[in-house]
Design a protein around this ligand. Structure first.
Ligand SMILES: *Cc1c(COP(=O)(O)O)cnc(C)c1O
Length: 490
């Protein structure tokens, strides 16, 4: 098997092994790690189609994380993908109306972030041991709602690691907020900030590249790392379920082995869809990826015009995990499509002017978007057609896919990546189906959703409104660094 080296997106002489890249999270110059070259599968899709999720994960992970032993990888995989998920399939695919829906919300926080964040702590601990790390690792995480909780669940009570999560105080759903503020674990800190997700993400990224702060904390015995999708240890586990989706489409008879599918991904930070793109690079037969945005349609504009421009007003939508104007992982695609020096220039331009130009309008990733009204209509349409309730993010993807299909006439068998359970956004989902739910309170509506969908309230959020609030700190967006400094003492 070929040894895979990781290089920086802004400077290719910054290199790391997989375990080093996982520990560091981000390059010292602010760039991200990407594989220097892409591995190709050493098994056929037919061979992969007989494997369990865990064995499939091993076949994919071993190709990317080449300095981990088989024993280490299998330990990480088996610890992550176990009965924490409410189905042994881990990521089931169901056929509803005209599409296959890949359900990535069967983990502990009922959103797709569990797919990667249930394994990242194990990968990180293993990487720390491998590299003789003697410092306490501090995970800093900015969240638009789902990453925070999934990271807290993954890292709570993990020895040798502390975790701090920053979320926009007014930018997450009631369930998302409660999920985070009721988090247990002495090594956890959850902090609301007065600002939006981009403010939190920018502040956290600045801390990662602050050499003075890093030195200061190193003396105190701490080292930073990231659980955001800028960490390659988040991306690689996400590649696995694209293979699973394809295999299930074949099993359902939607495509013959080897024929192409289209995949639509509800996108924010561009991590999920990029993992799918990695799968394609490895040989998965995907014709087109449809990158679906909500009204914060920076990516739609980019893929249609070649101009990425974040200078616009930020919309708070019913799909908050996609309310993002700076999609960090796009940097990796830019580098794959150009090179390090071009990427460095583009990122400098993004920093200074808030925009840059690179023409990817003719590539195999197409941009679409859905307005709030189109998103609500998609939820209603799917419910009426198939009795199936989409969450708001998945509905953005479904609406975007239908628009893409109508525009292009492309009828390639399609997978919609479903990133959250509708229970995470109960009220918006129900009101989309019937206005009569408008005046009801959020938590009483869970029972209503159970009735109309026939899907039980997921155990992790049952009774969440009665759990004690353990975190109630709210700070200004400019004080994130000071907060971090003050709180890291032994
Ligand atoms: C994080 C998230 C997204 C966006 O995924 P990215 O990898 O950031 O593009 C979409 N939907 C849900 C529910 C999420 O939690």
């Amino acid at each position: 098997m070929k040894n895979i080296k990781y290089v920086g997106t802004r400077n290719k002489s910054i290199t790391a092994t997989a375990s080093e890249a996982i520990l560091k999270g981000i390059c010292d110059d602010g760039g991200l790690f990407i594989p220097e070259e892409f591995p190709v599968l050493d098994k056929s899709l037919e061979e992969l189609s007989t494997l369990s999720y865990q064995d499939l994960a091993y076949e994919v992970l071993k190709l990317f994380l080449t300095d981990f032993t088989e024993e280490e990888l299998r330990y990480c995989i088996n610890s992550a993908y176990d009965s924490k998920f409410d189905t042994p399939e881990i990521a089931p695919l169901v056929k509803k109306a005209d599409v296959g829906i890949l359900e990535l919300f069967h983990g502990r926080t009922i959103a797709f972030k569990d797919m990667a964040l249930s394994i990242l702590p194990y990968l990180m601990k293993t990487a720390a041991k491998k590299n003789g790390m003697d410092k306490e690792i501090v995970i800093l995480t900015a969240t638009s709602g789902d990453t925070g909780k999934a990271a807290l669940e993954g890292f709570a009570n993990v020895e040798g690691i502390r975790i701090m999560v920053f979320f926009p105080e007014d930018g997450v759903s009631p369930v998302q907020k409660l999920q985070m503020t009721t988090q247990e674990g002495a090594n956890t800190a959850v902090i609301g900030i007065k600002g939006n997700f981009d403010d939190a993400q920018t502040a956290v990224k600045t801390i990662f590249t602050d050499k003075e702060l890093a030195k200061d904390l190193e003396e105190k015995g701490f080292v930073f790392s990231s659980a955001n999708s800028i960490n390659i240890g988040r991306l690689v586990p996400q590649v696995v379920y694209y293979f699973k989706a394809y295999i299930e489409m074949v099993k359902l008879g939607e495509v013959k082995m080897g024929e192409e599918i289209n995949v639509t991904v509800p996108t924010g930070n561009f991590g999920n869809i990029l993992a799918g793109y990695f799968a394609k690079k490895m040989g998965l037969p995907v014709k087109t990826f449809i990158c679906a945005s909500n009204e914060n349609k920076v990516l739609y504009d980019f893929f249609n015009t070649g101009v990425y421009d974040k200078n616009r007003s930020f919309a708070v939508t019913t799909s908050p995990s996609m309310d993002i104007l700076i999609s960090s992982n796009l940097e990796r695609l830019l580098c794959m499509k150009s090179d390090q020096s071009a990427t460095k220039t583009l990122m400098e331009s993004l920093n200074k002017e808030g925009k840059y130009t690179l023409d990817l309008t003719k590539g195999d990733i197409k941009g679409e978007y859905a307005t709030e009204a189109e998103t609500a209509a998609a939820i209603k349409e799917m419910y009426e057609k198939a009795g199936y309730v989409l969450d708001t993010h998945t509905a953005v993807a479904y609406a975007s896919y239908e628009k893409y299909k109508a525009k292009t006439g492309d009828n390639t068998p399609a997978v919609i990546v479903s990133t959250a359970s509708p229970y995470k956004f109960t009220k918006d989902v129900l009101v989309s189906i019937d206005k009569k739910y408008e005046d009801k309170d959020f938590f009483s509506l869970m029972g209503e959703l159970e009735k109309i969908s026939g899907v039980e309230i997921p155990a992790p959020i049952k009774g969440i409104e009665n759990r004690p609030i353990l975190h109630n700190t709210v700070i200004e967006k400019d004080s994130i660094k000071d907060f971090v400094k003050e709180h890291l003492t032994k």
